[in-house]
Design a protein around this ligand. Structure first.
Ligand code: G3P
Length: 218
């Protein structure tokens, strides 16, 4: 399973990339707005820090506009992944861009049929939004499960499932159990994954006992 970090904050990306745990980055217009920084410059900086796929989302809603923006974004770096919305225009853009050899992330996926269409359109990634489905009383993880089953039914569907809108460490665990290919997680969740109180307690005991031995390893 790959981990992408879901942020446009350069300092957080640098910190997490240094851990060796980050395989890619996802951004969206809301995250760019939150950063308060220039979109294209931010994407360029992220692409230099992380060699894996870096999602940059188009702002146009019509196919021609999306394609024009995608061509501009693709010039930034080889690892830019064009993010398009799961609309008919977005799927048309996805088909054209993937046929040109670009990586495409089809975002805002909320049901299995949409994911099926994204795969048919040649998406590199489809982004089902787990947390937002949970927010409205639906089961986000059920969607991941359904997409996994559908993609596994057909060898020609090679799109990676990128579990998005991840809000908890349990979302990560469940997505991994189901077999999502990627989880894009906020930095706080990525950091929380390593934590367990018994790890902290156990380490404290080991260190105290080691000190009693009076020994040194180096
Ligand atoms: O990758 C999509 C993700 O950023 C959406 O997350 O928490 O805004 O639903 P959220």
């Amino acid at each position: 399973m790959k981990f992408f970090v879901d942020t446009a904050e350069i300092s957080e990306i640098k910190e997490l990339a240094a851990s060796g745990l980050v395989d890619g980055v996802t951004t969206n217009p809301s995250l760019i707005a939150k950063s308060g920084r220039d979109f294209k410059k931010t994407i360029a900086e992220i692409c230099e820090i992380v060699p894996g796929p870096v999602s940059a989302e188009v702002a146009a809603t019509d196919t021609e506009g999306m394609l024009a923006e995608a061509r501009e974004l693709a010039k930034i770096a080889k690892n830019v992944t064009i993010k398009v919305p799961l609309t008919l225009d977005g799927l048309k853009a996805c088909k054209a861009l993937s046929s040109d050899g670009l990586m495409v992330n089809v975002t805002l996926c909320f049901n299995a049929n949409q994911a099926l269409l994204a795969a048919k359109a040649g998406a590199t990634f489809v982004s089902p939004f787990v947390g937002r489905l949970d927010d409205i009383g639906e089961d986000g993880m059920l969607l991941i499960r359904e997409i996994r089953q559908i993609y596994d039914n057909y060898q020609n569907l090679t799109t990676d499932i990128l579990a998005a809108s991840i809000r908890t460490v349990n979302h990560v665990r469940e997505a991994a159990l189901i077999g999502a290919d990627v989880a894009t997680v906020p930095p706080s969740i990525l950091k929380a994954l390593v934590k367990h109180p018994l790890t902290d307690k156990g380490l404290e005991t080991f260190m105290a006992d080691w000190a009693k031995t009076g020994q040194k390893i180096v």
